[in-house]
Design a protein around this ligand. Sequence first.
Ligand SMILES: C[S@@+](CC[C@H](N)C(=O)[O-])C[C@H]1O[C@@H](n2cnc3c(N)ncnc32)[C@H](O)[C@@H]1O
Length: 152
Amino acid sequence: MEPDERLLRAARARPGAARVLHGSAEHIPLPDASVDVVHARFAYFFPSEGFSPQPGLDEVARVLRPGGRLVVIDNDHEVGEFAQLLAASAPAAAQGRGSSPTRWWAERGAQTVSVLSGWQFQSRRDSSGCCTWSSPRSWHRGGWMSIRGGWA
Ligand SMILES: C[S@@+](CC[C@H](N)C(=O)[O-])C[C@H]1O[C@@H](n2cnc3c(N)ncnc32)[C@H](O)[C@@H]1O
């Protein structure tokens, strides 16, 4: 499911048999109790001081069948180098900080499983391209990346 018209077209153009619906976490175009699993990866479910994804959670509860599951994949803001990187970024704070996202989910009865992963690149050029694209400049020049031996 995708709310953005341009990304919706791109998703529908991809190979495979998946049906891509136009909708959002808060407005899922499916009937009550019609879904076994809802899976959201790095999309909408980012509890923070300034944002509660409760409307989306209520909507997921509406469409899930009894016994159904919601599986959310989000960044870890507490453990690992990427958590340090996020903490160094003001824009990333809008998507949670420290233990607050984990607490938000625990208060709603969710279980959190920590999965440590890493990035590996074929070349410095690839890593530079990816990280420059997906992170603010302040992380690079004189910031977190250069301290870690990344970009000078
Ligand atoms: C960082 S991308 C992640 C895309 C994909 N899930 C992945 O892991 O590669 C965030 C996606 O969430 C979508 N999104 C933003 N707001 C949303 C909402 N309220 N409900 C559902 N999806 C939303 C964006 O349009 C975008 O496709």
